[in-house]
Design a protein around this ligand. Structure first.
Ligand code: PLP
Length: 392
């Protein structure tokens, strides 16, 4: 207590931490070296990592690294200002054109990160008087953007089209604009949104569908993401995503029509009031897209490796490179993760509030370079030491 009788700042923080620690929800940053997407070095030990989103190992790809180095030599390490001032390095236009082409959209806007993109886009497009409907498992930054917008908002049950339709029937008519938000690939569950059906439902209700395809780009739909099925682009007017997963770098983007993109360049606060990405990051993303477009077989490998794992465990075939094994309790999940680490595998425990209470999980992700024998050893450990004990 200080003289006002209120707990001081440090007392507040320490008490909050103790409370989280008691619920096994305290988090810690651990030094981790990463020499490739499937490796992690901790305390001088090299572990096989099954929890990295660098699905194609492009953060270590030679041509991607070369592009970043060359851009740094030529343009320096930082962009110097907001893109609207002097930070709009010519590489941005090239990257935006490449993303727009890949996503079959008219235009594209690149933001500082996926999180920043959603915090900028959603409040620019909607506000008080509008309606936002979001999947309950949508990524935290979609929900943050939703809150920031001030629009009336409702959450529909995960991938539940009937619930979405019911919410539209109840609330759509009273609102000016309506935005429907979903992950394309759900980041903690690895399943896909029913994008085709959602697009129809949105269109029929004069609502705008926005998919966050952070985990789809470079992986699904021949690299174009989850809004493409058998080469055909679904009716998704707002395709958002990140450059920090399969692209192997950093940054966020939205692909949309020209008027929408021009409006976001004018009005999205996280674009206007935040410094442009470093030139190296922009150049690396262009080189990563070159690689993805030139290697259609290689980009199939993360999902194929995930399938090897699910088949060994008798789980349904994966829809993405993300395979969650839900254990429920935080303590059991932390213990399973520690056991795997002792055996040489890194699979981080994912706990609430990242996932709903009671659904703590080991979230495994598979990359193009994982070796079959490592996947098989991991699946044996899951079968014998994690799932086996549940069945018993
Ligand atoms: C990782 C992720 C983001 C955030 O992207 P960053 O570029 O890392 O900020 C947004 N949405 C989803 C679904 C994600 O998985």
């Amino acid at each position: 207590m200080n003289e006002t009788g209120r707990p001081g700042l440090d007392t507040f923080a320490a008490a909050k931490l103790a409370e989280l620690e008691a619920r096994s929800q305290r988090r810690r940053l651990i030094d981790t070296g990463r020499e490739a997407s499937y490796l992690a070095e901790r305390d001088g030990r090299s572990l096989i990592s099954f929890c990295c989103n660098d699905y194609l190992n492009l953060s270590h790809n030679e041509s991607v690294k070369e592009a970043a180095i060359e851009a740094t030599r030529r343009y320096g390490t930082g962009s110097g200002a907001s893109r609207l001032v002097t930070g709009n390095n010519p590489l941005f236009a090239r990257l935006e054109a490449r993303l727009a082409r890949l996503k079959q959209a008219e235009d594209c806007v690149v933001f500082g990160s996926g999180y920043l993109a959603n915090l900028g886009i959603i409040p620019a497009l909607t506000g008080p008087g509008d309606l936002i409907l979001a999947d309950e498992l949508a990524h935290a930054c979609l929900l943050s953007g939703m809150k920031l917008s001030g629009a009336q908002s409702h959450i529909f049950r995960h991938n539940d089209l009937d619930h979405l339709a019911a919410l539209l029937a109840t609330h759509r008519s009273g609102a000016r604009h309506c935005l429907v938000l979903t992950d394309g690939v759900f980041s903690m569950d690895g399943d896909l949104a029913p994008v085709a059906e959602m697009a129809r439902l949105a269109r029929a209700n004069d609502a705008w569908l926005m998919t966050d395809d952070a985990h789809g780009l470079g992986i699904l739909g021949g690299g174009r993401g989850s809004s493409f099925v058998e080469g055909i682009k679904l009716d998704v007017p707002l395709q958002m995503g990140t450059l920090s997963k399969a692209i192997g770098g950093y940054g966020g983007y939205i692909c949309a029509s020209r008027p929408v993109c021009d409006f976001l360049r004018t009005r999205a606060r996280t674009l206007i009031y935040s410094t442009g990405l470093p030139p190296a990051t922009v150049a690396a993303a262009i080189a990563a897209i070159d690689f993805i477009e030139a290697n259609p077989d290689y980009i199939e490998r993360p999902v194929a490796n995930a399938r090897r794992f699910t088949r060994a465990l008798g789980l349904p075939d994966p829809q993405s490179p993300i395979v969650p094994v839900i254990l429920g309790a935080e303590t059991a999940t932390l213990a399973a993760s520690a056991m795997l680490e002792a055996e040489g595998f890194l699979v981080t425990a994912i706990r609430p509030p990242t996932v709903p209470p009671g659904t703590a999980r080991l979230r495994t992700t598979f990359t193009a370079l994982h070796r079959a024998e490592d996947i098989d050893r991991l699946s044996s450990l899951f079968r014998e030491r994690i799932l086996g004990s549940e069945a018993a």
